[in-house]
Design a protein around this ligand. Sequence first.
Ligand code: DC
Length: 219
Amino acid sequence: MIIAIDGPAGVGKSTVAKLLAARLGYLYLDTGALYRAIAWKVLHEGVELADHARVANLLEAMSVNMQFQNGSMQVSVDGHDITGELRKPEVTSAASIVSAIPMVRAWLLPIQRQIGQQGSVVAEGRDIGTTVFPFAPLKFFLNADATVRAERRHRELVAAGHRETVETTYQNLLGRDLRDRNRSVAPLVPAVDARPIDTSTLDVEQVVAQMMAVVSAAL
Ligand code: DC
């Protein structure tokens, strides 16, 4: 069983996907972490984000691995655990840029599908229902007002010790939305068979409850 959850940044996907996976006893696959791992590697090696040929060279020599522990996902690149690096603002913005490179998406596709074969999975990202697992029997597309999403993302950043204004968070989020929605390969769009949920006025429990009702009816 694969449950696909897609939507823009700051919509609450990770939180609800993790909770849903825990309640169902499924693996939680955070596909954004894979794009972030590549972004981390590109920054770490000092490669220009616009230099696609060098990004391709990096991918050829790079290994990315995931370990699933207590419902969360640890990511290592070339044998080093980099999970703690992935949420840094510079990695966040680089991830949005590298994720628009078609070859990066093609490289990650079999990795994601292989995890999908490991058992029942709640997979979260931007193109899960459209591209990675188009035959997933259950698909959700979360959305929320950009201001609400920016406030949520800002609270997370502050809690993690990063300092920036809500306005900066808001502008960065709009920039990512624009890139994610307009890239040529696997842009952020709802799958035709995805169930939309607007999370603007819902808390995490309410979103998970809506999803659980759908999942229970389907199982
Ligand atoms: O969900 P996230 O914020 O961790 O994702 C980081 C970036 O990766 C985001 O800017 C878009 C990209 N991404 C993607 O293009 N496709 C996915 N399935 C997941 C993430």
